[in-house]
Design a protein around this ligand. Structure first.
Ligand code: SF4
Ligand code: SF4
Length: 115
């Protein structure tokens, strides 16, 4: 079960750069893309997403292999943890994760562009 942090979600909701605050897109219209080399597995996305889109876990070996040398070092420093989006189809494009991520690792893209 996701570890929600309502105080953090409230702060993200008030963030001036938050995209999509007026937009309750139909589920599956947009999906969050996580920039693997930037993510430090800090869990903020898990804590603010109202739809349990994210899971932070050990990076897959195939994704680790694609990182740059610096990216690999950074990943190891952070215990090889990174965010995946097993429930991306539930995303409503609220934008909370985009502004909550301290590494600016998340962007919202149209679902058809992500596949
Ligand atoms: S995507 Fe951002 S908020 Fe989510 S785990 Fe990675 S660094 Fe943390
Ligand atoms: S934009 Fe999508 S993935 Fe991000 S917090 Fe909102 S519903 Fe969750």
């Amino acid at each position: 079960m996701a570890k929600r942090n309502p105080a953090k979600a409230k702060r993200a909701a008030a963030h001036p750069d938050r995209p999509g605050e007026e937009c309750k897109a139909a589920p599956g219209t947009f999906v969050p893309l996580v920039k693997r080399g930037a993510c430090e597995g800090k869990d903020d996305c898990v804590e603010v997403c109202p739809y349990d889109v994210f899971e932070v876990r050990r990076i897959d070996d195939s994704d680790f292999a694609k990182l740059s040398l610096m990216g690999k070092v950074k990943s190891m420093v952070h215990g090889r943890r990174t965010a995946y989006t097993p429930n991306a189809a539930a995303c409503r494009a609220c934008g909370l994760c985009v502004v909550a991520c301290p590494e600016k690792a998340i962007t919202l893209v149209r679902a058809e562009a992500a596949s």
